[in-house]
Design a protein around this ligand. Structure first.
Ligand SMILES: *Cc1c(COP(=O)(O)O)cnc(C)c1O
Length: 404
């Protein structure tokens, strides 16, 4: 049996469908913001499983919820309901604008549900021709054929034959383009409050407010994709709270399960009633194990000073990145909110985000990229100030190494 990084990683190439290019590092175990690979090397984790491990790895609250539920019942399907799912739905409606919740297993599935609901509402309430969806260039909404087509990176949706239709991609934060395009046949607008995969690009508030007003005027449903920004990531439970906008539909996944797959589509009563028995469904959606973990995560994230501390950590990250940049001169912008942060590489370093990620792993630091020119940080919301300092020191050393 293989039991070191190199052998295990080469088995990946042997046995897995080659649609990923994972790092050479193969983690064996993890705790909090630390990860250890099969060679026994320790890492500080600023990747957090792509904004998923919001309480870090193996948090006791998650372990406890998982173990307790595992001894009761794991799975029922939706021919029967289960209390953990109802408890989680109730909690989500208490904490947000929503009246009703639909559970799924991934961000893409939650978005798929949101888009289908928006189309159904428009067709039932208005007309068959009200079916156009507006979304944004560089946006990312998942990999099902519908969601990836709504996403704004054609390289991900090209090459699979005919695409779902009536979808238009407009430039993000460009109100003129939006104003010109929206019309009475627009049924939905899907948008990320911070474009995550697209490079950590925050939405501009005046753009969003005008966009929301135009959605109202044209009876188009406003869908907030908070799959990456949700569950405390930006310092409020959901990013819409700090933007003073209430969406009609919100999707949440990633951090919702803290590492256990679960997703949800949140909406109001008026829209929810268009989802009748049989309109949509999922075998696993609202699975008792996932829901029990989700509720534990949600309760932990909303307890104590966890969310206030995120802003302190954001400030520390930004300060240290700016300091580092004074001497190294690699970034042209440091942006994002809470613990969803991006450092975009300047002209001289363009295209080298992957090199920095690889060098950082050699120095014992796990980071992410968002495209070829942006370093992305999505650590545990519980990452300590000490870990932030240590991790960014490692980043600095890695970049220094690359300048040699
Ligand atoms: C990750 C992501 C998705 C897709 O989530 P999956 O769980 O991979 O299906 C959708 N939207 C946004 C904004 C994301 O960041």
């Amino acid at each position: 049996m293989s039991n070191n990084n190199k052998e295990i990683r080469s088995d990946f190439d042997e046995y897995l469908v080659p649609c990923y290019a994972p790092m050479q590092v193969v983690p064996e175990k993890a705790l909090g913001s630390k990860v250890w690979d099969y060679d026994g090397k320790e890492y500080i984790d600023f990747a957090g499983g792509i904004a998923v491990s919001c309480l870090g790895h193996c948090h006791p609250v998650m372990l406890d919820a998982l173990e307790k539920q595992a001894k009761k019942v794991w799975h029922l399907s939706n021919v029967m309901t289960n209390k953990p799912a109802i408890d989680l739905a109730k909690r989500l409606t208490e904490l947000t604008f929503a009246d009703k919740v639909f559970f799924a297993n991934s961000g893409a599935e939650a978005n798929e549900a949101a888009l289908k609901l928006a189309r159904r509402v428009a067709i039932e309430k208005y007309s068959e021709s009200k079916n156009e969806i507006i979304s944004f260039k560089k946006g990312f909404h998942g990999r099902t054929f519908f969601t990836v087509t709504v996403g704004g990176q054609p390289v991900y949706s090209d090459g699979f034959g005919p695409k779902p239709g009536a979808i238009t991609h407009l430039p993000y934060n460009d109100i003129e383009a939006f104003e010109k395009h929206i019309n009475e046949n627009t049924c939905a607008v899907m948008i990320e409050p911070i474009q995550g995969e697209g490079g950590i690009v925050p939405i501009e508030k005046p753009f969003l407010h005008r966009l929301a007003a135009l959605c109202k005027k044209h009876d188009a449903v406003l869908i907030f994709d908070e799959v990456q920004t949700g569950v405390g990531r930006t310092g409020t439970l959901y990013a819409y709270e700090s933007l003073d906008i209430i969406p009609d539909i919100l999707t949440t996944a990633k951090s919702l399960g803290g590492g256990f797959p679960i997703a949800a589509m949140l909406t109001n009563n008026e829209l929810a009633e268009h989802m009748k028995v049989g309109t949509h469904g999922s075998t696993y959606g609202g699975n008792p194990l996932a829901s029990a973990v989700g509720l534990a995560v949600l309760n932990e994230v909303t307890s104590g000073s966890l969310m206030e501390d995120i802003i302190t950590k954001e400030k520390l990250f930004k300060k240290l990145l700016n300091n580092m940049n004074q001497t190294l001169n690699v970034f042209d912008e440091i942006r994002g909110k809470g613990l969803l942060l991006g450092a975009s590489l300047n002209q001289q370093w363009k295209g080298r985000a992957r090199d920095i990620l690889t060098e950082a792993s050699r120095h014992g630091l796990l980071i992410l990229i968002a495209g070829p020119d942006v370093i992305r940080f999505t650590p545990s919301l519980l990452v300590s100030e000490q870990e932030i300092k240590e991790g960014l020191k490692k980043l600095e050393l890695s970049i220094k190494k690359l300048t040699l």
